[in-house]
Design a protein around this ligand. Structure first.
Ligand SMILES: *Cc1c(COP(=O)(O)O)cnc(C)c1O
Length: 382
């Protein structure tokens, strides 16, 4: 048996990446001016079904600009889940706004929509101010329960932003959102193309919206808010957040392969499901009837924190890239004093018992069997 390392999630550069990069080199278009940037935006918008897409230097930059164009500013409050990658909340802090952390929903691991709605109702009764925005995160490829949030945001003029960095390709099924991609339901949605995400540009992100004015402003801000013309005239303080043509060339090539990537991820998930179904020491990811997951990282829960710890250690020891899920933000130094909705115990429990398994699109059957065998051994099955 081979003991080659099996990474958690690594890029698969199996298409036109080389050809498109060469085209950049031959045409001398390497920076943020170049045909691939607009092509990537156009093709990405078409794929997810958004009217506009703005390519950004990272997913974090996309989130930052999204909050800014939605008018989130100094002292404003934004709801965000406590169980997420820290970038979701940092984007709020960059605007001088306050993140209020929301406990997780045990079904989707995303923000618990029920306690958000209860909190909004409580505040309305008490005459307390409402948040300026709600930032929902689709965690690990699983669409969040967004419908109740859409309703509450529409009714009370709260901006809904989607952090879809981990869930490109996931969609809602049935009901009023049938067929819609994550990231296209709120006023603005953001994606990431970091090296370990569903598709990669080396580093990059995308902001999508149906609102032409928000898209125009977002693009303007990502290009230092420079006005057209020869002179260096700027009408506000912008950022150097535009994606380069080199990165966009990778993006176009990766997007061409996305349907295959998603098929591969579905196959990997089905195989884990099948092989792990009877193991009583663990719980499989829940399949929600109202959504198609993209299975970015297939993630299970172990019976308790001690077992999760042992499993992580044993898999790591044999070169298998298993990882805990995100550390809840409410226990972390930068967000320890943030307000918390719910007591954070669900997020803490998911973080302590959750384990993500290798999910690269080119994970072959042999390597996946190695992961499964090692996991079952570590979980005490064999
Ligand atoms: C990866 C990620 C981001 C940030 O994306 P970058 O491209 O790395 O800046 C934001 N939110 C979540 C939930 C992520 O997983």
């Amino acid at each position: 048996m081979s003991d080659r390392a099996i990474p958690l999630s690594e890029p698969h550069l199996g298409g036109n990446e080389g050809a498109y990069l060469n085209e950049c080199l031959h045409t001398n278009y390497v920076s943020s001016v170049g045909p691939f940037v607009e092509r990537f935006e156009r093709e990405f918008a078409r794929y997810v079904g958004a009217a506009h897409a703005v390519a950004c230097a990272s997913g974090t930059a996309a989130l930052h600009v999204a909050l800014r164009v939605l008018g989130v500013g100094l002292g404003d409050e934004v709801f965000v889940p406590t169980l997420t990658f820290i970038a979701s909340a940092n984007a709020i802090a960059y605007q001088g706004a306050r993140a209020t952390l929301v406990d997780a929903d045990p079904a989707t691991w995303g923000m618990d929509a029920t306690i958000v709605v209860e909190e909004i109702e409580r505040r309305l009764q008490a005459g307390e101010p409402l948040p300026r925005a709600i930032e929902v995160v689709h965690l690990l490829g699983q669409p969040a329960a967004i419908e109740p949030l859409v309703r509450v945001c529409t009714d009370h003029g709260i901006a809904l932003v989607e952090d879809a960095a981990e869930a490109l390709g996931a969609r809602y099924r049935g009901g009023p959102l049938d067929g819609l991609h994550v990231g296209t339901i709120g006023r603005v949605g953001c994606f990431s193309f970091n090296g370990n995400k569903v598709i990669t540009t080396g580093g990059g992100g995308m902001l999508v919206t149906d609102d032409p004015e928000l898209a125009r402003r977002a693009k303007h801000l990502t290009t230092q808010a420079r006005l057209p013309g020869l002179a260096y005239d700027h009408d506000e303080i912008g950022y150097n957040y535009r994606l380069s043509n080199l990165a966009a060339a990778l993006g176009v090539a990766q997007l061409e392969q996305l349907p295959e990537f998603l098929d591969a991820k579905r196959r990997i998930a089905a195989r884990y499901d099948e092989a792990l179904r009877d193991c009583e020491a663990l719980t499989l990811p829940r399949r929600t009837a109202w959504a198609d997951q993209s299975w970015w990282l297939y993630s299970i829960r172990l019976r308790d924190a001690n077992l999760a710890h042992d499993v992580l250690e044993q898999l790591t020891a044999v070169g298998i890239g298993a990882r805990p899920v995100w550390t809840p933000l409410h226990g972390m130094a930068p967000y320890r004093s943030a307000r918390l909705i719910g007591d954070g115990s669900v997020a803490t429990w998911l973080a302590a018992t959750g384990v993500s398994l290798p999910s690269s699109v080119h994970l072959d059957a042999e390597d996946q069997s190695r992961v499964i065998d090692a996991l079952l051994r570590a979980a005490g099955r064999t």
